[in-house]
Ligand binder design. Structure first.
Ligand SMILES: [Zn+2]
Length: 326
């Protein structure tokens, strides 16, 4: 078996622009513009490298921040190949027996989103491992988010010919990290360690996407009827849904049940955008996917945590009021 260490660069929409999500009909964060990868054999020798530039289908002009970070020009973007062709070539290069590796969860999330966008077969949970988690655990005995740059420095990896934020160069850096931490040994307890880290495979691919616009206020958007009422993607039966619980930041989750088709995860996200008149408004996105035991467990844990937070908040308020009175 070979190890395929990969890294991606992607183009992104401007933060106040929701047209990308409207056109793709997905709550997608970006479009891949470069795949860089390194093939390691079981002895962790670098045996081959791969790189390809991709011409985006939706985000055809470079975001100025991405351009600055990656150095990829509009011209290079225009010369790229379509994603489907690029990814098929990449798969061919990977061979038949391999495991994918990347630094942190961002790249694998982006890859899964782009595969879904192009209705291509996704990667599954056991085909991929997070080098950030393996590095963190091997070197520091904990699961924490270290940057690739800090790991490279910590392990004394030097290569003057390489620059950061080039997909191939970052893949080479990550491959050197694999060599230094003795990947084969590190992978032996990965199944236990990965449970402590965020799981980019938590949600199965979305079945339906909805987007609601033009909210004036952010507060309580997730409790709006549009967010609360959902229908089964298979039989249109109205789902019996739990309260949306905040997972983190502007992300919320509720669980909906169809008597015939079972449990669905209802992911909600609130965001801000600028409308055509230049005014700030808020939107709500909703994605339905199948639910899993892991999602139900997370929802239950978060509900308990959120109730505890609310209880403490009420308690503090009560004390403050009493102090004022006294
Ligand atoms: Zn149903």
């Amino acid at each position: 078996m070979n190890y395929i260490v990969f890294d991606l660069e992607w183009n992104q929409p401007y933060s106040n622009d929701i047209s990308f999500m409207k056109r793709t009909k997905m709550p997608i964060r970006g479009e891949i513009i470069q795949i860089g990868a390194v093939k390691l054999n079981e002895q962790l020798d670098i045996v081959d490298t791969f790189t390809v530039y991709i011409k985006p289908k939706f985000l055809t002009s470079m975001h100025k921040h991405v351009k600055k970070l990656t150095g990829i020009t509009q011209n290079e973007l225009n010369m790229g190949v379509p994603f489907v062709l690029a990814y098929n070539n990449f798969k061919l290069w990977c061979g038949d027996d391999y495991m994918l590796l990347s630094w942190g969860v961002d790249d694998i999330l982006m890859l899964r989103e782009n595969l879904l966008l192009h209705t291509m077969k996704s990667v599954d949970y056991h085909q991929w491992a997070d080098i950030q988690v393996l590095y963190s655990y091997e070197r520091h005995g904990i699961v924490k988010q270290f940057s690739l740059a800090s790991a490279v420095k910590d392990l004394g990896v030097t290569n003057d010919k390489l620059s950061a934020h080039n997909a191939l160069h970052d893949a080479i850096f990550t491959a050197h990290v694999c060599q230094k931490i003795d990947l084969n040994r590190a992978l032996m307890h990965y199944d236990v360690v990965r449970k402590e880290a965020p799981n980019p495979f938590l949600y199965p691919p979305g079945l339906i996407f909805f987007m609601y616009e033009n909210f004036l206020e952010k507060k309580r958007i997730v409790y709006d009827r549009k967010g609360r009422i959902s229908f089964c993607p298979y039989c249109q039966h109205r789902l019996e849904s739990t309260n949306p619980e905040r997972m983190q930041g502007d992300y919320y989750l509720s669980i909906g049940i169809c008597p015939k088709h079972g449990e669905f995860a209802i992911q909600l996200k609130v965001g801000k955008y600028t409308n055509s008149s230049g005014e700030s408004r808020f939107y709500l996105t909703k994605v339905l996917s199948h639910s899993t035991d892991e999602i139900i467990k997370l929802y239950t844990e978060k509900s308990a945590l959120n109730r505890e937070k609310e209880r403490r908040y009420q308690e503090r308020r009560r004390l403050q009021l009493e102090q004022k009175k006294g």
